[in-house]
Write a protein that binds this ligand. Structure first.
Ligand SMILES: [Zn+2]
Length: 341
């Protein structure tokens, strides 16, 4: 596999988006054709066009032939459609309005704003914020290959970039509003203690049903799957809500929303779990094949994914203990969420 392909298959996960550019060049696939029922988004506007792509005459005259019908949806449109589909209980509408795609949440419109997802009053002062990463997430892990010299050099650079971005200020307006959490006190109001795989964990109340179904599926699968059974027996700790930022950054971790869960074994038997811990022992944290990483069984990853959770083991900056509720990421990558929501 060539350099670009190797890197494009992975994703950077919880890193500030400035380093994501090269991955985004690969682009995301469409997210389905769920039509907007917005009153602001004219039904006649050709689907899949950004403000820049819609010639003024076409915008003005809905009867013009749809000459851009074959144009791929913009990234802004894809992301907004994915958010609507991922969070139907909370997001009521999307629209192309005021020159950008926007979602309606709690009566407020949040604009795509190059991935920053900003409320109207912040759009004109968006400079201090970095975008939310809506990254590529592979359906299956591609076979592991040792990075070439050039790839390793690139990864070393990315590591430095990540570490020097401590001041990165990922825009949190949208996700704070989505989960109703702007500070620790609000978070405490939203989280609940539940029993999950025989441990007590604190999670956001919005994902209780999903987690119950994940647990049910895992338990059921364990009956006929020895690997899953052994994995269940090996679990040491499970932790979820924790008021913290992402290591090495100022960005709110999904653990702070109670949307992320870390599952660690009693003993890792020398396997690596988290790139940052590995990097404390060896600089080339990327030179760890999957066989030397702690990986939950595929079946477990698939079950989590089918209810809207991504697995941190698929991130380039791997975090193999980590699952987090990001149905929009799965939808953007054409991975079906078969569970109820
Ligand atoms: Zn985690």
């Amino acid at each position: 596999m060539k350099t670009g392909v190797f890197l494009a298959f992975f994703l950077l996960g919880e890193i500030p988006c400035s380093a994501l550019g090269f991955l985004q060049q690969g682009g995301l696939l469409g997210v389905g054709t769920g039509a907007s029922n917005s009153t602001l988004f004219s039904a006649e506007t050709p689907a899949g066009l950004t403000a820049e792509e819609i010639p003024p005459v076409l915008e003005m005259n809905p009867l013009s032939p749809n000459i851009h019908a074959s144009a791929a949806p913009s990234r802004a449109e894809q992301v907004m459609r994915a958010l609507l589909k991922a969070h139907p209980k909370r997001i009521k509408d999307i629209a192309f309005v005021d020159g950008d795609w926007a979602v309606e949440l709690n009566g407020d419109w949040y604009f795509y704003a190059e991935g920053k997802i900003l409320p109207q009053d912040i759009r004109s002062s968006s400079e201090p914020y970095t975008p939310q990463p809506f990254y590529n997430y592979p359906k299956d892990l591609p076979a592991w290959q040792r990075p070439t010299k050039e790839e390793a050099a690139r990864l070393a650079q990315l590591t430095i970039a990540r570490r020097s971005q401590q001041a990165a200020n990922r825009s949190q307006f949208f996700y704070n509003a989505l989960w109703g959490i702007h500070n620790r006190a609000e978070a405490w109001e939203q989280v609940k203690t539940i029993r999950f795989l025989d441990k007590n964990i604190l999670v956001h109340h919005a994902i209780l049903e999903e987690l119950a179904l994940v647990e049910q599926q895992i338990t059921k699968t364990a009956r006929n799957n020895r690997q899953v059974r052994q994995w269940l027996d090996s679990i040491g700790t499970i932790s979820a809500w924790n008021w913290r930022t992402i290591a090495d950054t100022q960005s709110t971790s999904n653990h702070a929303y109670g949307m992320a869960i870390d599952i660690l074994p009693k003993t890792a038997h020398g396997l690596e779990t988290y790139w940052l811990w590995t990097a404390q022992k060896r600089e080339d944290w990327w030179n760890v094949p999957y066989s030397a990483r702690y990986h939950p069984p595929d079946a477990v990853v698939k079950i989590f994914e089918s209810y809207g959770f991504i697995w941190g083991g698929k991130w380039l900056f791997y975090d193999t203990m980590h699952f987090e509720y990001r149905p929009e990421i799965l939808l953007l990558n054409n991975i079906a969420i078969t569970g109820q929501y």
